[in-house]
Design a protein around this ligand. Structure first.
Ligand code: PLP
Ligand code: COI
Length: 376
């Protein structure tokens, strides 16, 4: 498939942030985006890297009424050689297609997904921040654009990718966050959308997140919808508990996202010989472990959140501290190892899992002057 590359002229390029310590998450976008359109008759057409711009959408677009939309999240890191690292991007491509399948959106060829990301990060490589803890966040998204307000699957769809420099997802950075266990609302139910990255899941979580935030908590920890008894995940990350030296975490399933960061954490733990159990975990068991002093550490894992220590959690009006509320040893070790893999050059320091997909630094001005490319 021929990609069209439209380079943003200098007059519409925006200034890059100068203070990388103030990046935060999700408000700054780089100069280019990728778009590709799909129709039921014609399939995918017109893959284009173009200047970042607003979308033109009919107010009748199906996505605006029935939330037929999915997304992914991954990051590009600047390694010490100046090259670009992606972390397990093919897993994001695969999960994007699983998400698409569940909400009846079309499949994207993983090679096109990969190439679109490569073209974008090469072209906007100067937008990849350099300091520790920063990266270029990449957001592939698919939306149902067909104008029709009857309920049906769209026959016209847009796939786009935007990127932007980010720092820490939580205000706390790599410091313990306080979360609240929600037993009032549900985020995902059996047979629903919880196992995929559908926009609708996040809409379902917003009211609870806002209430939590107004009471000083960073995030909501969701319980299962049927019994409100078993731990599922946090709104933006998977959750893991170290109890009596064993790391316990709910398995991915119908209602829990199969997180790529968590899967990586589990592989590291197994490699280190730390006992791991992926099983259902009742909130009562965690409370019991906290009371008896056996709850050693709690942490979240996700692309945006990286590894996020949990200092305390609230359940039914009572706050439970995890040990002294600080960051546990294992949490720290995992954060360091994972970020070491993500930020380092795999050619200099091989990552034994093959997780890093390294893109050579584009020649100084090469990427910005190309008009098309027939690279695979
Ligand atoms: N759970 C939810 C609901 C998420 O949005 C995310 C973030 O993508 C995760 C878990 C972690 O998944 P991953 O590690 O693949 O980013
Ligand atoms: C990610 O971690 O990439 C996500 O998509 C989570 C989102 C809530 C920012």
């Amino acid at each position: 498939m021929e990609f069209r590359i439209e380079i943003a002229p200098p007059e519409i390029r925006r200034p890059k942030p100068t203070d990388e310590s103030a990046l935060g998450f999700g408000r700054i976008y780089s100069d280019h985006m990728f778009t590709m359109r799909w129709t039921e008759q014609g399939g995918w057409t017109d893959p284009t890297v173009r200047p970042f711009s607003d979308l033109k959408l009919s107010p009748a677009s199906l996505v605006l009424h029935y939330s037929q939309t999915i997304f992914e999240g991954l990051k590009a890191y600047r390694n010490p050689e100046g090259n670009i690292n992606l972390f397990r991007p093919r897993d994001n491509a695969a999960r994007f297609n699983q998400s698409a399948s569940r909400v009846d959106l079309p499949q994207v060829d993983p090679e096109i997904f990969m190439r679109a990301i490569r073209e974008l990060v090469e072209l906007d490589h100067e937008w990849i921040p350099k300091s520790k803890g920063t990266s270029l966040y990449i957001r592939p998204t698919m939306i149902a654009t067909e104008p029709y307000i009857g309920l049906k699957s769209a026959q016209e769809v847009l796939f786009f990718i935007i990127t932007g420099p980010v720092g820490a997802y939580y205000q706390e950075g790599f410091n313990p966050v306080n979360i609240t266990v929600c037993d009032r609302y549900s985020r995902a139910g059996p047979g629903g959308l919880g196992s995929i990255k559908a926009g609708a899941n996040y809409a379902a979580s917003l009211k609870a997140e806002k209430e939590a935030s107004s009471r000083g908590f960073s995030q909501v920890l969701w319980l299962d919808a049927a019994e409100r008894k078993y731990i599922e995940e946090v709104g933006s990350m998977n959750i893991l508990f170290m109890m009596s030296g064993t790391v316990v975490t709910p398995p991915p399933g119908d209602t829990i996202l199969d997180g790529i960061t968590k899967a990586s954490v589990l592989e590291l733990l197994r490699q280190w010989g730390v006992p791991v159990e992926e099983r259902r975990l009742a909130i009562g068991e965690v409370l019991g472990a906290q009371r008896s002093g056996e709850l050693d550490e709690v942490f979240g894992a996700g692309t945006a959140a990286v590894i996020s220590p949990v200092g305390s959690f609230e359940y039914r009006g009572k706050v439970y501290h995890v040990k002294n509320g600080g960051t546990g040893q294992l949490t720290k070790r995992l954060f360091e190892k994972l970020t070491d893999i993500q930020y380092n050059s795999s050619s200099k320091k091989p990552d034994r899992f093959g997780w890093v997909h390294e893109i050579p630094l584009p020649a100084a001005s090469g990427a910005a002057s190309q008009s098309d490319s027939s690279k695979p």
